[in-house]
Ligand binder design. Structure first.
Ligand SMILES: Nc1ncnc2c1ncn2[C@@H]1O[C@H](COP(=O)(O)OP(=O)(O)OP(=O)(O)O)[C@@H](O)[C@H]1O
Length: 276
């Protein structure tokens, strides 16, 4: 369990659905701000073992792009990699650098460098009202109460949600809570935003609305997903398989290879197997 101060505010369906998501991906790509920053990160021989289980296996990778996707099956290690990149988890061996820092060793710099949007907003939100939730990260960054309040207001206005300031978070829908988490992260102006399965559990209209909110992200983006549809428009994609880097390259190169392998596995019945 990650403590709140460490929870840096960063975190073959029906054809019609696929079509809508594709349209949305195209819309998203066109709306992306061309001045967006790039993510630079490098992992050198990164291994991570937790509770005697090897989760990341000798991952060596270097990337420098505006938007990087990370794809992989359930349990392949994507979320763990996101935690490593944000500095929430220290590696067992190897070296991690993102945005010019080692995020686990330099926590203060990490708060200003990387924001992470988690899969489940209920794991991220702890304050009763929207404005308190957004203010928290800003206060952690060292802003005065007044500056934090101004930045909260500005962020809400940027998202056309000024009327949400006093709203009780527990009364919001999952999609609305996810948007609160996103606003909390962006208010802090991180250089890099990590999105960890941000559409998980959301219905299609909510996904589309959240995807539009992502277009307001000027920071570089690392987007983690098991669904290749979400990463089609990304500059670079890493495929993580059983804790190791299986492939890296353009979305056009990696995603078809990933889909082919997923279909091959889907034809078989590996759900029958137990893993260690
Ligand atoms: N603290 C831990 N101790 C032991 N095993 C863990 C721990 N955290 C994660 N794991 C295991 O490590 C593997 C990778 O988990 P992780 O959550 O990083 O995968 P993921 O690709 O994000 O999966 P999903 O898509 O299902 O969210 C899984 O088998 C998980 O059960």
């Amino acid at each position: 369990m990650v403590s709140k101060p460490d929870l840096i505010k960063f975190g073959g369906g029906p054809r019609k659905t696929e079509l809508l998501i594709s349209i949305n991906a195209a819309l998203y790509k066109n709306m992306i701000n061309e001045t967006q920053n790039q993510v630079t990160f490098a992992l050198q021989n990164v291994c991570l073992t937790q509770d005697n289980k090897v989760i990341l296996r000798d991952v060596t990778v270097r990337e420098n792009a505006r938007r990087i996707g990370i794809v992989g099956r359930n349990g392949s290690g994507k979320t763990t990699l996101a935690r490593v990149l944000s500095g929430l988890v220290a590696v067992t061996s190897g070296h991690v650098e993102i945005g010019g820092i080692d995020p686990a060793k330099n926590r203060k710099a990490a708060i200003n460098t990387v924001g992470i949007l988690f899969q489940n907003p209920d794991h991220q939100i702890i304050f009763p009202t929207v404005e308190e939730e957004i203010a928290f990260g800003l206060l952690q960054q060292g802003h005065s109460k007044k500056d934090a309040a101004d930045l909260v207001r500005k962020t809400l206005v940027d998202f056309d949600r000024a009327h949400w300031a006093k709203a009780a978070v527990h009364q919001l829908s999952q999609g609305q809570k996810q948007l609160v988490c996103l606003m909390s992260i962006l208010a802090m102006r991180p250089k890099i935003v990590i999105l960890d399965e941000p559409f998980s559990g959301l219905d299609l209209p909510t996904k589309m609305q959240l995807a539009r909110a992502f277009t307001k992200i000027d920071s570089a983006i690392i987007h983690i997903s098991h669904d290749p549809e979400h990463l089609k428009s990304y500059d670079r994609v890493l495929w993580i398989d059983e804790g190791a880097l299986r492939m890296q390259g353009s979305a056009e190169a990696v995603l078809p290879a990933f889909i082919g392998e997923m279909e091959r596995i889907g034809e078989a019945d590996d759900l029958a197997q137990f893993t260690d």
